[in-house]
Write a protein that binds this ligand. Structure first.
Ligand code: HEM
Length: 614
C-alpha cells in the first residue's frame, strides 16, 4: 500500500480516536452525574479510544517519515532515521509530541475515576492538539500565526463536537431514560464547538484559497465544499433534535428515533473528519512557498514591517489573532447572555457593570487584534504600550464588570451530582491557588513584580519568538491586572479586601514601583531582547536602544493614569462604605433607640465617675 494512503488512514484513525477520547473524558467531567451507570461506559470509551489514538499517532510518525523520505528504506537504519526525524526535523518533532501527548492521555484515561481527574486529563490533549496545529499546511503558510491558531481552534472544536455526540451515542444503552440532561449538556457544547469550527474553518480556507472560485475549480476547494455540506447536514439534524426530539426524550419511541438520527449525525461528522485528513494532504490553491529573501522583520515575525506609527495607524492597523479574538468576543457575548438571563428572571444586574465589562472587552479586542499587538512585535515601545494596556488599562473595567459574580448568579447549579460550569467555577474560586493569587498583597506583588521578572528574563524573548509565549503573556498579565483591580475596587469573590487606607498605600506603592521600573529603562543602555529588536531592520523611528528608553517613559506615563483612576475608585468606594455604615448605624439607632450612643455615654459617665472617686 502506498505510503500516502497509509498516512491518510493513520491520520483519519488518529483524528476520530482523538475525538472519541475527548468525548469520553468530557462525559465523565461534565455530562454525567457521579456514580451513574453510564460513567463506566464513558471511561471505557476514553480508555479504548485513547489507546487507538496513541497507536495511530505513533504509526503516523513512521508512515509520515516513510512518505516524506519517498525512497526505499534500509530496514536496519529505519528506526535510527526515524529517531533523527523526530528529534531534529520540526514536523517530525511535532508528530512525536502529538504521539507523546496521546500516550500520556491513554495512561491517564485508564486511571481516571472522578470528573475533576477527567477534566485535568484534557490538558495533555490540548498539548497534542497544539503540536498538530503546527503541522500540515499551517507549517509553511504565510501568516503563520493565524494558520496555526485557526487550525488549533478548528481541530479542538471538531474533536469536541464529534467527541461529545459520538460518546453520547455509544452511551445510549446505560443512559436509558436518563439521556435528556446529558444530551442537553452535550448539545450546548456542540453548539459552541460548531461556532468555533465555522470561524476557524473560514479563516483556514481564507488562507489557502486564492479566490472564491477555487471552491469549485480546485480539488482542495471541492473538498472544503464537501466538508461544508456534510457539516450543514450535521447542523440541520442537530437543530431538528433540539426542536423536536429533545423536549420529548423521556418518551421511549422518540428516544429510539433520536438515537437513530444521532447515528447519521455522528456518521456525517466522521465523514467530515476523514475528508479533512484528505484535505490536509491535498495541495492548496495558495502554494506554500518559502519567501526568497525575507526582510529581517519578516524573518523574525513572519510579517512584513508595519508602516511607521502615526495616530491614524494606531487606530487602523489590525491583524487577526483568532484564538484571543475568539476568547475575548465569546467572553463579551456570554457576559451579555448572562446579564440578560438575570433580567429575564427578574433579578437586578446594574447596567453600569455591563457597560464597564464591554468597555474592557473593547479595549482587549484592540490590544490583541490592533496596533498594540502589531507594533508590540517590532518595537520595544510598542510592546510596552501593549503590555501597559493589558495589565493596567483593560483589567480595571473588566473587574468593575464583576464577571465572576455574574457567572455565579447566572449559571444554574447542578442538582444531579454532575459538575457543570458553575461547580467548576466555584471549585476554582475556592482553590488554594486562586485564594493565594487573589490575596491583595500577592496580587500587588504579582502586578508590579512580574513586570520586572518578565522583561529582565528569557520570558520576554520567549513571548516575542513563540506564539504560545505571546498567548501566555496575554493571559498572565490580564489576570495579574484583574486580581489587583478586583482586590482594590472589585466585588468579585476571592480576596479578603484590606482596609481602604491600606488599599491607597498599595496603589501608591505600585505606582512608585512602576515609576522606578520606567526610570531604570529610560536610563539603561543595555538592549533587552537584542536578537529581536536589534535585528528588526526598521526603516522608521529611533534606533533600538532609544526606542527602549522611550518605552521606559511610556511604562511610567501610561501606568500612572489607570493607577490614579484606581485610587479615585478606592476613594469613591471608601466614601460609599462610610455612608453605608453611617446609614446602617442610623437605622440601628432608630431600632434600638440609640443603644450604642447610650452605652458610649454610660461608659464615659463611668469613667468620669471613676476619675472623680480617685
Ligand atoms: C465550515 C466548515 C469547514 C471549513 C470551511 C473547514 C476548513 C478546513 C480547512 C481549510 C482545513 C485545513 C486543511 C489543511 O491542512 O490544509 C481543515 C482542517 C480540518 N478540519 Fe475542517 N472545515 C470545516 C468544518 C469542519 C468540521 C465540521 C470538522 C469536524 C467536525 C472539521 C474537521 C477538521 C479537521 C480534523 C482538520 C485537520 C485535518 C488534519 O490536519 O488532520 N472541519 N478544515
Amino acid at each position: 500500500m502506498p505510503a500516502e494512503t497509509l498516512v491518510t488512514m493513520a491520520g483519519g484513525i488518529r483524528d476520530v480516536a482523538l475525538a472519541f477520547t475527548v468525548g469520553g473524558l468530557l462525559a465523565i467531567a461534565t455530562l454525567l452525574p457521579v456514580g451513574h451507570r453510564a460513567v463506566a461506559r464513558a471511561a471505557a470509551i476514553a480508555r479504548w479510544a485513547s489507546v487507538a489514538w496513541a497507536v495511530a499517532a505513533v504509526a503516523y510518525v513512521f508512515v509520515s517519515y516513510a512518505f516524506i523520505r519517498n525512497s526505499p528504506v534500509d530496514p536496519e537504519r529505519f528506526v535510527e532515521e526515524v529517531w533523527a526525524f523526530v528529534t531534529t526535523i520540526d514536523v517530525g518533532v511535532a508528530y512525536a509530541q502529538m504521539a507523546l501527548g496521546a500516550i500520556v492521555v491513554s495512561v491517564l484515561a485508564a486511571l481516571v475515576r472522578t470528573p475533576v481527574a477527567a477534566a485535568w486529563s484534557l490538558l495533555p490533549v490540548a498539548w497534542a492538539l497544539g503540536w498538530q496545529a503546527q503541522t500540515g499546511h499551517a507549517a509553511g503558510a504565510a501568516d503563520h500565526h493565524l494558520a496555526v491558531s485557526s487550525l488549533f481552534l478548528h481541530i479542538s472544536a471538531s474533536a469536541l463536537w464529534l467527541g461529545v455526540i459520538g460518546a453520547l451515542l455509544l452511551m445510549r444503552g446505560p443512559l436509558g431514560g436518563d439521556a435528556k440532561p446529558a444530551v442537553l449538556r452535550g448539545s450546548r457544547i456542540a453548539l459552541w464547538a460548531a461556532v468555533g469550527i465555522i470561524v476557524s474553518g473560514a479563516a483556514n480556507a481564507w488562507l489557502r484559497l486564492a479566490h472564491v472560485s477555487d471552491l469549485w475549480s480546485t480539488t482542495y476547494g471541492r473538498l472544503i465544499v464537501l466538508k461544508m455540506l456534510l457539516m450543514s447536514l450535521a447542523v440541520a439534524l442537530a437543530a431538528r433534535h433540539r426542536r423536536v426530539a429533545l423536549p420529548r426524550l423521556s418518551d421511549e419511541q422518540v428516544r429510539e428515533r433520536f438515537w437513530r438520527v444521532m447515528m447519521v449525525d455522528v456518521g456525517a461528522l466522521v465523514a467530515v473528519v476523514l475528508t479533512a485528513v484528505v484535505l490536509s494532504g491535498t495541495a492548496p490553491p495558495v502554494p506554500i512557498e518559502a519567501v526568497e529573501e525575507p526582510s529581517p522583520a519578516y524573518f523574525l515575525t513572519g510579517y512584513e514591517l508595519p508602516p511607521a506609527p502615526t495616530f491614524l495607524n494606531w487606530l487602523t492597523l489590525w491583524r487577526l489573532e483568532i484564538l484571543s479574538a475568539f476568547a475575548v468576543v465569546t467572553a463579551g457575548a456570554v457576559y451579555v447572555r448572562w446579564a440578560t438571563r438575570l433580567r429575564r428572571r427578574g433579578d437586578r444586574w446594574p447596567w453600569h457593570r455591563t457597560a464597564w465589562f464591554l468597555l474592557g472587552i473593547a479595549v482587549m479586542v484592540w490590544i490583541t487584534q490592533g496596533a498594540p499587538m502589531v507594533y508590540g512585535m517590532v518595537t520595544f515601545s510598542g510592546h510596552m504600550v501593549e503590555h501597559m494596556l493589558l495589565v493596567m488599562v483593560a483589567p480595571l473595567p473588566l473587574a468593575l464588570g464583576a464577571p465572576v459574580t455574574l457567572a455565579l448568579r447566572a449559571l444554574p447549579a447542578r442538582t444531579d451530582g454532575s459538575r457543570g460550569p458553575r461547580e467548576y467555577l466555584r471549585g476554582v474560586i475556592d482553590s488554594r491557588v486562586l485564594r493565594f493569587l487573589s490575596n491583595p498583597i500577592v496580587a500587588a506583588v504579582n502586578f508590579a513584580g512580574s513586570l520586572v521578572v518578565f522583561y529582565y528574563s528569557p520570558l520576554f524573548e520567549f513571548a516575542l519568538t513563540n506564539h504560545v509565549g505571546h498567548l501566555w503573556m496575554l493571559v498572565h498579565f490580564t489576570l495579574a491586572g484583574y486580581f489587583f483591580a478586583n482586590a482594590l475596587v472589585g466585588i468579585d469573590p476571592g480576596p479578603n479586601r484590606p482596609r481602604y487606607a491600606l488599599r491607597i498605600v498599595m496603589i501608591f506603592a505600585t505606582m512608585a514601583f512602576h515609576a522606578f521600573f520606567g526610570v531604570s529603562l529610560m536610563a539603561s543602555e543595555v538592549l533587552l531582547a537584542p536578537r529581536w529588536f536589534g535585528l528588526m531592520g526598521r526603516d522608521w523611528g529611533p534606533d533600538a536602544i532609544t526606542d527602549q528608553q522611550y518605552g521606559g517613559s511610556l511604562a511610567w506615563g501610561i501606568g500612572e493614569l489607570p493607577v490614579v483612576l484606581l485610587a479615585i475608585g478606592v476613594i469613591i468606594a471608601w466614601r460609599r462604605a462610610d455612608e453605608k455604615e453611617a446609614r446602617r448605624k442610623d437605622r440601628q439607632a432608630e431600632r434600638d433607640d440609640d443603644a450604642e450612643l447610650r452605652a458610649y455615654n454610660a461608659m464615659l459617665a463611668r469613667t468620669a465617675q471613676r476619675d472623680r472617686d480617685r
